[in-house]
Design a protein around this ligand. Sequence first.
Ligand SMILES: Nc1ncnc2c1ncn2[C@@H]1O[C@H](COP(=O)(O)OP(=O)(O)O)[C@@H](O)[C@H]1O
Ligand SMILES: [Mg+2]
Length: 506
Amino acid sequence: MSTSGPTPDAVTEIAAGYAFTGPALDLGALLWDGAAHPEAAVRIPLPVLNRHGLVAGATGTGKTKTLQLIAEQLSAQGVPVFLADVKGDLSGISAPGEAGEKVQARAAEVGQKWTPSGFPADFYALGGIGHGIPVRATVTSFGPVLLAKVLQLNPTQEQSLGLIFHYADTKGLELLDLKDLRAVVAFLTSDEGKTELTNIGGLSTATAGVILRSLTAFEAQGMSDFFGEPEFDTADFLRTAPDGRGIVSVLELPAVQDKPQLFSTFLMWLLADLFHDLPEIGDADKPRLVFFFDEAHLLFNGASKAFLDSITQTVRLIRSKGVGVFFVTQTPKDVPADVLAQLGNRVQHALRAFTPDDQKALKATVKTFPNSAYDLEELLTSLGTGEAVVTVLSEKGAPTPVAATRLRAPESLMGPVEAGVLERAVAGSVLYGRYAQAVDRESAYEKLEQRPASGAAVEPQRKKEAPSMVEQVMGSGMFKSLARSIGTQLGREITRSLFGTARRRR
Ligand SMILES: Nc1ncnc2c1ncn2[C@@H]1O[C@H](COP(=O)(O)OP(=O)(O)O)[C@@H](O)[C@H]1O
Ligand SMILES: [Mg+2]
């Protein structure tokens, strides 16, 4: 902790900046002269949790525990939470914590009445890989932008993929799983499909060939399981337990750590899908859902401009639907400037300053904070584990004074629950029966297999709707029911407008 701390007056001013009147979450106690001061609580107002956040800091500084203690308090206040558990250390949120000496000491220092508590949780796994209820998406719903990202296509190929989706859509060739998409691309590159390919315009045989090969490689890596039906309904993340606490949905991702593209795009699909389904609520008393992306750098690394634009737009717009997004990563530099600018709540843990690169990152981080009474460069390199520099939004939406904080201890278990406990929780979930078993109904693959050997391949299914109508419906909040009654075409046009994704027929 810094020796050249703020003056007593400055300390009083900082403390006053966190004296909110309405419901708030407790982060910890203000830290000065090397001690935590429980009478000066550092908090975050519940209504500003849809204004997004960033938890940053070097490895081992306490980012994941910060995430955990925020998530717990959200659940306790009736807010459902989604956690992307990349390292497998978050399942413990479902079990009461263990009262060790360190935890007791920390609780005493920050004035926390520490009560071991587990929170209601559901565990998910992408495509059923690992321990969790399988989360699947159809290829159509995933859409060409996200799929291009996982297939690592360049912008030209990404556009071509968009044309292929559009073609399949107009021909009534449902793209449910990867073999559906592969069948359509294979058809277009075959002798038989040549005319169709020419009719599409702007799609070359060479590019279609590249897409086909990347699809084949993708399937060979075992990615098929993530795509198909039953598709996950993201509304299942919005549930509360019978006791009124928000359900914590933990997506167990350790098995896909070496597939960062896949997991990051899936998380974006989840967000985009939620966005499409939720009506506007503006700034409410509390968020509907708060979404935490741990190891968020994986989301942005090597992303195309189109993908980054989509993330930026999703983050910007989803706030008015009552969904907060917290990114957890090592330095703010990991997050594109346009996204960073929208993250109103900041918990910055210690940074290292060993290498010239570290130094640069440190200086850049300091610049992202409002003016303060601290020497932030010194402070950020001297914070201990589970301490951080905090600034959040006040109830009025103004940034609070920068506050050096010793954080509270999570009241649930730090680290994973035992494998057996996890397995029982998964099998015992009310959602298990709905999603456990994959279904393979007739779609593009089967239709193309069955087509008559000679003739024109497939008939157009439905005429395109006028865009003006799309615009009208988008603003009306009646999207889902309308999309359902009109059919998939219009629904897809609407939902693709944001992220290139499209909803399933329900
Ligand atoms: N708020 C906290 N309360 C209690 N212990 C903490 C806290 N923050 C960090 N720790 C301790 O530090 C260790 C590392 O924290 P962790 O959140 O896993 O770091 P990171 O995610 O930054 O790598 C934890 O296992 C725990 O022992
Ligand atoms: Mg961590």
